[in-house]
Design a protein around this ligand. Structure first.
Ligand code: HEC
Ligand code: HEC
Ligand code: HEC
Ligand code: HEC
Ligand code: HEC
Ligand code: HEC
Ligand code: HEC
Ligand code: HEC
Length: 413
């Protein structure tokens, strides 16, 4: 009896030692390599107490990929610049930043901050001349992480529409989407939790069109609606239950996801392709601009995207698709340039005041390119015929006449 008990104790001690070793070495594999005894202890203490304090939170954490290796403290440990709190024997931060994630996922972080999901996204609202919404402007170091081609998109003034609408509109609107690239108090940039829910952190959720669509929707960037009406979107909704959306990125193949979602085309490492968190990497034109120009690395961006299509399509199908979409782009550019000339003329001749959002003309012009021009282009490149035509080209045609009549009316002809 006594012998059995000794064996049992020795065996339990060995299991415990292996468990501690595995935890430490697995964290090492995650590149942080310096887990302390306190962190290992934290795993037990935080989870045990939070199972009654916030059971829903612990349950989602336990469904995610971090449950085996990553403790609560790994993501809630103090980092320079962040406000800390004394919490049941631990020092923790309430706000986890992209800087925490970067401690273990450096590549994903570097790619994120070099894309337009980084600093340009925040500067689109806040500009970079003064503190905004409690956040300091980007430092020179943070701006240096942005590729040169997009640095002008960081060094700009605050958005006039945001200024005009005021703090409430910004906090509940613009900022919720554009925070994806906001500066954090620890010097890091961005918010990974906009696509990876903070405690669930599952790739199947990040791959859903609805995740991207929580920001990429509505009249000015109707990607979700366009996707839903595209052949890809329709097929996805009929096949999603049979797809293996949770497979780890390095192993993702067309067998797991035979139909693309937003992430497949813009981010995933499908078959032999390399996964990227730089969503700018596969693009060729600035479609969001009033008049779209080619991007500095546009030709390469287009090749990168085509390589993804070619996992599932033949080359002539894809060449034709791009040739047609380019036609829409050039036609939209022509129409927007024509109306811009009318609008600039009215500003120049003093019939309205240029800049800001204080004339009806400002809004009509903004709707023209920002809603209908963009929608025609986005629809054409992502396979949404109704958006290209009835929400895009038709409105452009109709409103071109309206601008011509408005011009005559204002000038009194
Ligand atoms: C003895 C119980 C207990 C332990 C141990 C514990 N917590 Fe908590 N924690 C709570 C309770 C209760 C709350 C909610 C009320 C509060 O803020 O005190 C909370 C709140 C939090 C908050 C949110 C604070 C806020 O202001 O919203 C974070 C973050 C947090 N805990 C993280 C941790 C981490 C990380 C650990 C382990 C290092 C941990 N907790 C250990 C009980 C505990
Ligand atoms: C992968 C990183 C990560 C891990 C691991 C993690 N958290 Fe969090 N946690 C976050 C993020 C991100 C937030 C949101 C911070 C913010 O408000 O910006 C957060 C917020 C919280 C909050 C406040 C949530 C709210 O809705 O009020 C609590 C409480 C908390 N965490 C507790 C825990 C506990 C307990 C564990 C371990 C079971 C844990 N966290 C593990 C990233 C993590
Ligand atoms: C202490 C290191 C560490 C921190 C901090 C950390 N992670 Fe992780 N993360 C890992 C490890 C290790 C894995 C692999 C887990 C596995 O495969 O069992 C992982 C897995 C993941 C995965 C899933 C990959 C898959 O194949 O399903 C995502 C997504 C992820 N982390 C995102 C984040 C985000 C976002 C944050 C910050 C909020 C974060 N991580 C913080 C170490 C960390
Ligand atoms: C929290 C909001 C949010 C989510 C979620 C989001 N995005 Fe974005 N995305 C933005 C904003 C804001 C911009 C505009 C950045 C800029 O140019 O200022 C953007 C821009 C982009 C761009 C264009 C980049 C460029 O260089 O012009 C692509 C492509 C993109 N997102 C793809 C995605 C995909 C794919 C997903 C989902 C996996 C996604 N986004 C999820 C907010 C979001
Ligand atoms: C529902 C989420 C959402 C809201 C709310 C939102 N945006 Fe955006 N915004 C986006 C996305 C997504 C893009 C990217 C469009 C694209 O790439 O085609 C974008 C693009 C932009 C751009 C063009 C890109 C650039 O870098 O110049 C500007 C400027 C902008 N938004 C400013 C604002 C302002 C100002 C507000 C509030 C008045 C606002 N946005 C509200 C999601 C949003
Ligand atoms: C625009 C949405 C979006 C944002 C923002 C985002 N991710 Fe991801 N992430 C994804 C998607 C989608 C995947 C899965 C890609 C695929 O299909 O292979 C992914 C996968 C990952 C993985 C798994 C990598 C692997 O090889 O197993 C890690 C780790 C990760 N992200 C970390 C981060 C970190 C850290 C940040 C913030 C710096 C971040 N992500 C921001 C969408 C996002
Ligand atoms: C079948 C592949 C595919 C799918 C699926 C897809 N896209 Fe795209 N997306 C493209 C192509 C092609 C372009 C045009 C690229 C270029 O500039 O050459 C594009 C352009 C974009 C842009 C850049 C717009 C700009 O203003 O420059 C954004 C943002 C975007 N997509 C987001 C999304 C979102 C969000 C979803 C899902 C709701 C999605 N995409 C689904 C292929 C796809
Ligand atoms: C993961 C596989 C996959 C990827 C990647 C993919 N597609 Fe598709 N695509 C499909 C499938 C499956 C269909 C439906 C084919 C059918 O009708 O059987 C489809 C249909 C289409 C259609 C509609 C064809 C028609 O005549 O109705 C177009 C256009 C299209 N894809 C263009 C593209 C472009 C452009 C890209 C890259 C930017 C792309 N696809 C990437 C799988 C993919």
């Amino acid at each position: 009896m006594a012998n059995h008990r000794t064996y049992l104790i020795v065996a339990l001690a060995a299991v415990a030692a292996i468990a501690v070793f595995l935890t430490l070495s697995a964290c090492g594999a995650g590149d942080n390599g310096d887990s302390t005894v306190e962190q290992v202890r934290a795993e037990g203490d935080c989870v045990e107490c939070h199972r009654s304090a916030t059971p829903g939170l612990v349950e989602t954490y336990e469904e995610g990929p971090h449950v085996n290796n990553i403790t609560c403290l790994d993501c809630h440990n103090p980092r320079e610049g962040l406000e800390t709190m004394d919490h049941n024997g631990f020092e923790v931060v309430r706000v986890t930043t992209a800087g925490h994630c970067a401690e273990c996922h450096e590549d994903e972080y570097d790619q994120h901050v070099s894309s337009r999901h980084g600093a340009p996204a925040w500067a689109a609202v806040a500009g970079n001349d003064t503190a905004y919404d409690g956040r300091e402007p980007f430092t020179a170091e943070q701006i240096a992480m942005v590729p040169e081609a997009h640095q002008a998109a960081v060094n700009r003034g605050g958005n006039p529409l945001a200024a005009w609408e005021g703090a409430g509109a910004v906090e509940n609107g613009c900022a919720v989407c554009h925070e994806i690239g906001a500066p954090n108090a620890d010097g890091s940039v961005g918010n990974c939790s906009k696509c990876h829910l903070r405690h669930t952190v599952r790739v199947d959720e990040a791959r859903l069109p609805e995740t991207c669509g929580s920001c990429h929707m509505g009249p000015d960037h109707a990607m979700l609606e366009i996707y839903n009406e595209s052949t890809h979107g329709v097929l996805f909704s009929s096949m999603r239950d049979d797809m293996n959306l949770g497979v780890t990125p390095s192993e993702l193949t067309t067998k797991d996801m035979p139909v693309p979602t937003c992430s497949t085309c813009h981010m995933s490492g499908l078959n032999d392709a390399t996964m990227t968190h730089d969503v700018t990497e596969r693009l060729s034109y600035y479609l969001f601009a009033p008049i779209s120009k080619e991007r500095p690395d546009g030709a390469m961006g287009r090749e990168n995207m085509k390589e993804i299509c070619l996992n599932c399509h033949g080359p002539s199908h894809i060449e034709e698709f791009y040739a047609d979409a380019d036609l829409t782009l050039h036609r939209t550019n022509e129409m927007v340039a024509h109306v811009k000339e009318i609008v600039d003329g009215l500003y120049a001749d003093g019939f309205a005041i240029a800049g800001g959002f204080d004339d009806l003309l400002d809004y009509k012009w903004f709707d023209y390119w920002h809603y209908f021009g963009r929608t025609a282009k986005h629809g054409a490149y992502m396979g949404g015929p109704d958006y290209t035509q009835w929400h895009g080209n038709y409105e452009l045609s109709l409103q071109t006449f309206e601008f011509e009549e408005l011009d005559a009316e204002m000038r009194g002809h």
